[in-house]
Design a protein around this ligand. Structure first.
Ligand SMILES: Cc1ncc(COP(=O)(O)O)c(C=O)c1O
Length: 389
C-alpha cells in the first residue's frame, strides 16, 4: 500500500508540544493567558505592524472586520467570485450584499474590471459610490490573496481611496507573502488595506487547529474587533455589555500552538518554495504547467496550482482518479461563489476568467512536510496520465 500523500496538512515538529504542555500545566487554557498576547505580538512583529488581534478563525476575523468598519444592511461589498466561500459569507452575516467581480491571471481580483465596473455601473455622489442598478452604497471591497499570491495592491489601493471604498484584505492564505518591489516594497499581504485577516485553519501555512488574526494600522478598528470578539463587555466587574458581541477570542491553548508554528514559518516557506520549483521543473509539457506567482513579491508558496491548458472535464477527472489510485489527494479549485445556491441571485459582472481558471486548475499536494521524493512521485503520476502530453 502506497503512503497516503495529502493535499495540505499540519507540520507540528517544533515547540508545539512544549508550549501546549506549558499552557496545560499553567491551567490557562481558555481565552485569557500569556500565549494569546505573545502570539499577537509575535505575529505583529513578523508582518511589521504595531498590533494584532487574535480570534477564533479567519471567518470570524472577516466578520469582525466588517462589523468594525460599520458595514450593514444598507451596504454592498465587492467580492471575488473565485475564492473560498468563507471570504464572502461574513458579508451576509452583517446583512450586507455581495457583488461579484472577476479575477486576473494571478487568480486575484482583476483591477481593470473593478475600474470598468466603477466607471460604467456606478455613480460617485457626495463621496459615496452608488451601484446604479440597485441604488445602494458600495462601502467596501474584500480582496483575497489567493493561494499565497498578492493582488495588485499598487493599483487597487488608489482606486479604492478615490471612491471611498474600505479595503479588507483576506490574507488567510498569504501569511508571509510580501512585496519585494514597487510602492509597497517590504509590505506584507494583509498590512496594506484598512484591515487584514489571517487564518490558522488546519490546511494553512501555519495552524492553531482553528484560529485567525486581524491586523490594521488603525488602533481604533483593532480595539473594536477585540471588544466585539469578547462579548462587547465594557465593564468587567458589572457585566455591562454595550453592544451585541461574539465569543470569537482565540484560546491560550490554540495560541500556544500558534507561537510554536510562527517560529517555523520561514522554514516552512523555504520548503514550500523548493518543492514548488521542483514541481515546476518536472511538470512542464505543452498541456501542463504549474501557475506562476507575481514576480514583484516573495510569495509564501502556500498552494500549487496545476494548470491544464487543453481543458476537458474528463482530463481533469482522469488526473484526479490517477492520483487517487496512488493514494494522492488533489482538489479542484473552488466552485464559483456566485453559482452556490445562497448567491445565485446576486449581482455579477463579467466572470470569464474566474470561469476559465475554475475549469483549468487543480491543486496538488503542497504540505510543508512533503519530501522531494514525494514531489517526484506526484509529478510522475500526473505526467504518466495518458492523453495529457
Ligand atoms: C480565502 C479564504 N478566506 C477565508 C477563510 C476562512 O478561514 P477559517 O477557515 O480560518 O475560518 C479561508 C480558509 O479557510 C480562505 O481560504
Amino acid at each position: 500500500m502506497e503512503k497516503y500523500i495529502p493535499l495540505s496538512v499540519p507540520n507540528l515538529k517544533g515547540n508545539e508540544l512544549k508550549y501546549i504542555s506549558e499552557a496545560v500545566e499553567s491551567e490557562w487554557v481558555s481565552v485569557a493567558g500569556p500565549f494569546v498576547n505573545k502570539f499577537e505580538k509575535d505575529l505583529a512583529n513578523y508582518v511589521k505592524v504595531k498590533e494584532a488581534v487574535a480570534c477564533q478563525s479567519g471567518t470570524a476575523g472577516i466578520h469582525l472586520a466588517l462589523l468594525a468598519l460599520g458595514i450593514n444592511k444598507n451596504h454592498e461589498v465587492l467580492v471575488p467570485s473565485l475564492t473560498f466561500i468563507a471570504a464572502v459569507n461574513p458579508v451576509t452575516y452583517v446583512n450586507a450584499t455581495p457583488v461579484f467581480l472577476d479575477c486576473d491571471d494571478t487568480l486575484t481580483l482583476d483591477v481593470d474590471k473593478l475600474e470598468a465596473f466603477i466607471q460604467n455601473d456606478c455613480d460617485f455622489k457626495n463621496g459615496l459610490l452608488i451601484n446604479m442598478k440597485t441604488k445602494k452604497h458600495i462601502k467596501a471591497l474584500i480582496v483575497v490573496h489567493v493561494f499565497g499570491n498578492i493582488a495588485d495592491m499598487e493599483r487597487l489601493m488608489p482606486l479604492c481611496r478615490k471612491y471611498n471604498l474600505k479595503v479588507i484584505e483576506d490574507a488567510t492564505e498569504a501569511l508571509g507573502s510580501y512585496y519585494i518591489e514597487g510602492f509597497y516594497k517590504g509590505k506584507y499581504a494583509g498590512t496594506i488595506g484598512d484591515i487584514g485577516i489571517y487564518s490558522f485553519n488546519g490546511n494553512k501555512i501555519i495552524t492553531t487547529g482553528g484560529g485567525g488574526m486581524i491586523v490594521s494600522e488603525s488602533s481604533d478598528l483593532l480595539k473594536t474587533c477585540k471588544h466585539l470578539s469578547t462579548q462587547a463587555k465594557s465593564n468587567e466587574k458589572m457585566f455591562y455589555h454595550d453592544q451585541i458581541g461574539y465569543n470569537y477570542r482565540l484560546t491560550n491553548l490554540q495560541a500556544a500552538l500558534g507561537v510554536a508554528q510562527l517560529e517555523q514559518l520561514e522554514s516552512f516557506i523555504q520548503i514550500k518554495k523548493d518543492n514548488y520549483f521542483k514541481y515546476r521543473a518536472l511538470i512542464k509539457t505543452d498541456n501542463l504547467s504549474i501557475l506562476d506567482f507575481r514576480k514583484d513579491i516573495r510569495p509564501n508558496y502556500w498552494f500549487y496550482s496545476l494548470f491544464i491548458k487543453d481543458f476537458k472535464a474528463e482530463t481533469k477527472e482522469s488526473i484526479i482518479l490517477a492520483l487517487e489510485q496512488h493514494s494522492i489527494q488533489s482538489r479542484p479549485i473552488w466552485g464559483l461563489i456566485n453559482e452556490q445556491p445562497p448567491y445565485i441571485h446576486h449581482q455579477t459582472n463579467d466572470l470569464s476568467m474566474a470561469k476559465f481558471y475554475w475549469q483549468h486548475v487543480l491543486n496538488i499536494p503542497c504540505s510543508s512536510n512533503l519530501s522531494p521524493l514525494e514531489v517526484e512521485f506526484v509529478a510522475g503520476v500526473i505526467l504518466k496520465n495518458k492523453g495529457l502530453q
